[in-house]
Write a protein that binds this ligand. Sequence first.
Ligand code: BV8
Length: 372
Amino acid sequence: MIGSEGGIMLRNQWETIISVAAEGGSIKLLGKEQSPGQWVFRKLVNEIQFDDLEDEAINSSSHDRIDYEARVVNKSWEEALQILDRYPWHKLSPREVHPGFRKQLWAAFQAKRKGDPRSSSHRPTRWLKVCFPDYSQKIVKLAEWLQQANHTTILTGAGMSTESNIPDFRSKEGWWKNIDPLMVATTEALANNYDLFHEFYSVRLKALEGCSPHKGHDILADWERKGFIQAIATQNVDGLHPDAGSRNVYELHGSIHKIRCQSCGINASIEQFYSKVACSHCGGKLRPGVVLFGEILPEDIWSASLSHIRKSDLVIVIGTSLEVYPASQLPQMTEGKTVYINIESNVHGTDFDLVINGKAGEVLGQVDDLLF
Ligand code: BV8
């Protein structure tokens, strides 16, 4: 809805939402937050060639320049964009973008670029810098690669889940800080030290109760729906990728939630595992459906992961130390570009085309902001 409240509003209450400039002129969209989240908008044009019937000349500052301030006030973002759209704003150089409107303006700019792909006068780098001044060139590069890739596979490790409050394995606070993995996560422990084995996996299962996917998991699920990624191969056994809605997930090391009998393979419940009963069918030992050290990865899951990696032109490896064979080999099996995202710096730096140092959820969130 358009009203005409221009006359009663004071200039100094308005904030610049966007300012774009070309040689000799500028267009500003001004905004005023009337109540939290409720903005009204108007434009300010400083260039005689952008004259417009709804504008009122308010200041004749020099010979050839006139400032035009719109009297109309636009009560929705869509209306504000329509006002901007009367000008070739996306082809001009952005000077200033309001921090609260960066994502909307970037999306609007990308929509304009999409609608006019052959125009050479867009300035995406300048727009990126103004809309996302804190984002590194690496984030921008990854977003570009993701946008251009035909087939992208994600490989995740325990670092993908730490932001869901699930410890990883090899970090200072990881599961292996006090326990030798080869003492518990092995077929040997299952056969000969069931008490320790059972206690370790009961604690692991309990630690997962109440844990849910974080923003990074959600973004990956969204990217799959939008066609940006084709598959996730994960070493994680926590099931958070499927929980977030990702469909094409290959759980290389199985699932901790799927309890089965080691002897006859029949399924059992987590409650039966917790209560440490023997298999009701054959009396065998119950165990979680993870791949223990010394066991072979499920053939179908391994082959499917490998096939995705081989046809990928982009592989993004997130939150893994890449210390466990054979998952550690997957990034080398692509001819595509490889990206490594890890909270620690200087890990596997030289093996990848791009290394991004940061938290999985934050890095994915920033990349997501740039996609269109
Ligand atoms: C097999 C059980 C064929 C499930 C796990 C000697 C040399 C080389 C290889 C071997 C060797 N001796 C034996 C082997 C083979 C062995 C192996 O690799 N051993 C290694 C450790 C030396 N592999 C096997 O046995 C595999 N099977 O090879 O079959 C075979 C079989 C028999 C005989 C011959 C051949 C089976 C592997 C089974 C793996 N199962 N555990 C469970 O309990 O969960 S391994 C365990 O590590 C987890 O399951 C996990 O999936 C896996 C990988 O760990 P990561 O995910 O990488 O986690 P990690 O903590 O290490 O790293 C996390 C990273 O994230 C860190 O870098 C951290 O900085 C970062 N991070 C943290 N937070 C964040 C973050 N990054 C970003 N954002 C954050 N917020």
